[in-house]
Design a protein around this ligand. Structure first.
Ligand code: SIN
Length: 320
């Protein structure tokens, strides 16, 4: 498809951040510049978009403060625009801190047969050398690239899939990685070079969950607990008393958990709390062990495992 407009949804982040001086790359306030203004400042953006843009400011936040209500707004808009024949792609500007969670949520609830491209920046808009303008250009290149579909993230010239993308550095401009699977592709001089000649299928489900959210169902409370030296079960017991519905365990290694934490998690499971075991290791995934009493997740990072468990508890089923 070569015609159609691109819808750009702004949510804030460092890409829209402002600092007191051009040399300050850490003491800025995120989510200050409107997404329309950001786009207008990028030379060549309209050529890269190859058609009209429709711009909406969905939120204006630091993504550390991401709320379920923003996810609902984003998903509702994405569903509408994915179904609109006049729209060829969606670009979302987002803070880097929770971008991977939003990407996984959208991948899970949208059956995106068009590209939904998240982009961001590690330097504020006021920086001496902001990376946001180039990332926006690259996002347009991905949005218009033949073969692009599903929820993708682009940062520093690298294209990541929603399942793999993870922020791995708090400062470097090239802050994201796809771990051991590697990126889906790279943007070079406005063109996307895919790592594979064919993109892997990137469709999601859990739309039933999205319908429930749209109908006002409350978001289930799911928390993450980590295993570490000296871990105990007090946090888990307190969370159960406080009404938690699901717990994701960021276990050590291949799903190992301190015996005190293990006992508390088993108590929680008996009390009806849904448990999923993940690993705090940055790469790889937990392999099944015979006799394990706690269910494994789906080989996702703990924060993405949490998104999937939220959707599962909403009744949308798990993304395989
Ligand atoms: C944020 O996540 O909104 C702030 C940090 C960033 O975008 O790099």
């Amino acid at each position: 498809m070569n015609a159609g407009k691109i819808v750009v949804l702004g949510t804030g982040g460092t890409i829209a951040g402002k600092a007191g001086s051009a040399g300050d790359n850490v003491g800025y306030v995120a989510g200050q510049v409107g997404v329309q203004e950001l786009l207008e400042a990028v030379p060549g953006l309209m050529q890269a978009a190859q058609g009209p843009l429709q711009v909406e400011q969905v939120a204006q936040i630091d993504s550390k403060d991401m709320e379920f209500s923003v996810w609902s707004d984003l998903a509702t808009r994405c569903l509408r625009y994915l179904a609109d024949d006049t729209v060829r792609a969606i670009v979302i500007t987002h803070g880097t801190d929770t971008l991977e969670e939003t990407a996984w949520f959208l991948q899970s609830v949208l059956n995106a047969t068009k590209p939904v491209v998240l982009t961001c920046a590690m330097r504020p808009a006021t920086a001496m050398a902001p990376d946001g303008p180039h990332n926006l250009l690259d996002a347009m290149a991905v949005a218009t690239a033949p073969g692009a579909r599903g929820v993708l993230a682009v940062c520093a010239g690298v294209v990541h899939g929603a399942r793999q993308v993870q922020k791995v550095h708090p400062y470097r401009v090239d802050a994201f990685s796809s771990g051991e699977t590697g990126p889906l592709g790279w943007v070079e001089e406005g063109y996307v070079r895919w790592a594979e000649t064919c993109l892997p299928a990137l469709c999601g489900r859990a739309q039933a969950a999205l319908e429930k959210i749209a109908n006002g169902a409350p978001w289930p409370r799911v928390e993450i607990v980590m295993n570490y030296a000296g871990a105990c079960g007090a946090t888990v017991d307190a969370l159960v008393r406080d009404g938690v519905q699901g717990l994701v365990v960021a276990a050590t290694g291949n799903g190992s958990v301190h015996h005190d934490l293990q006992a508390a998690l088993e108590r929680a499971q008996t009390a009806g709390v849904a448990i999923r075991v993940s690993t705090r290791c940055a790469q790889g995934q937990v392999l099944p062990r015979t006799g394990a009493l706690l269910p494994l997740g789906h080989g996702l990072s703990p924060v993405k495992e949490r998104v999937s468990l939220i959707l599962e508890l909403l009744g949308g089923g798990i993304l395989a």
